[in-house]
Design a binder for this molecule. Structure first.
Ligand code: FE2
Ligand code: FE2
Length: 246
């Protein structure tokens, strides 16, 4: 079984960032010892270089390999350059044991809140997904902005501006899992054979109603994908269970 933890929206550097919640989450996630952690952006609050330096001190406390993509907040104030220097590539692909592929996309635009993938990155993703289909490899795509509007988030403003085209590529390639953040509200949509999961915020108190800080755990075995919603220091429950196609 492969275990993946999905975290998002840390907002380190903001007044809404809770260090104690982050430390609790790091402890919980290290105890789970997942195969990898995927962080879907808004690591920092303003994209400041110093915020990234501080963020790396925390991220280095995770014992599992961690792969991150930037959010809109990370791409403010030349944060896109700081991200590359201190965190890593803004778009990437990794394949593990020829069993599954994870594609990370940069949906941010410097100093803007809206999300956009753009044609060059879209074509690159499509090419990688063609390979996954041919090799019958489990595929995961991670990006910050949501591809589909999320319930209980008020007026829709920041869905990807090229969401329709991206969604078409994701579903026609039967991508198994799409991981997003941004709205600070956990959610699952299933469209055709593609499961689209939004993680809530791990440790920012910019939250809606009684929705707390949380992260997602994926238990992936030969037959099925179990998705768990874990509240930091609180209840954990099965969020969804799906059959695998390969
Ligand atoms: Fe955020
Ligand atoms: Fe965001």
């Amino acid at each position: 079984m492969t275990v993946i933890v999905h975290i998002s929206d840390l907002h380190i550097g903001s007044g809404s960032f809770s260090e104690s919640v982050l430390m609790d989450a790091i402890k919980e996630i290290n105890a789970l010892a997942p195969d990898m952690i995927i962080l879907t952006g808004d690591i920092t609050n303003r994209g400041y270089y110093g915020e990234f330096v501080k963020a790396m001190e925390y991220l280095n406390m995770f014992k599992s390999p961690l792969f991150a993509i930037p959010g809109n907040h990370d791409s403010r104030n030349l944060g896109n350059q700081s991200f590359e220097e201190l965190v890593g590539e803004r778009s990437w692909k990794l394949t593990k044991d020829n069993e599954f592929t994870v594609i990370g996309l940069d949906s941010s635009i410097p100093d803007e809140n809206r999300g956009h993938i753009g044609l060059p990155q879209h074509l690159w993703m499509e090419h990688q997904l063609d390979d996954c289909v041919i090799a019958e490899r489990f595929s995961i795509v991670a990006l910050h902005h949501h591809v589909i509007p999320i319930p209980n988030t008020g007026r829709e403003r920041n869905v990807l501006s090229d969401a329709g085209d991206i969604l078409k590529t994701l579903t026609t390639h039967e991508v198994d899992l799409v991981l997003c953040g941004h709205k600070h509200v956990p959610n699952i949509w299933k469209i055709n054979d593609t499961i689209v999961v939004n993680s809530g915020s791990l440790c920012s108190n910019k939250l809606r109603g009684k929705i707390g800080n949380s992260y997602i755990i994926y238990n992936i075995n030969d037959k099925e994908i179990e998705v768990f919603l874990n509240h930091v220091g609180g209840e954990k429950f099965l969020f969804g269970k799906f059959q695998r196609k390969y």
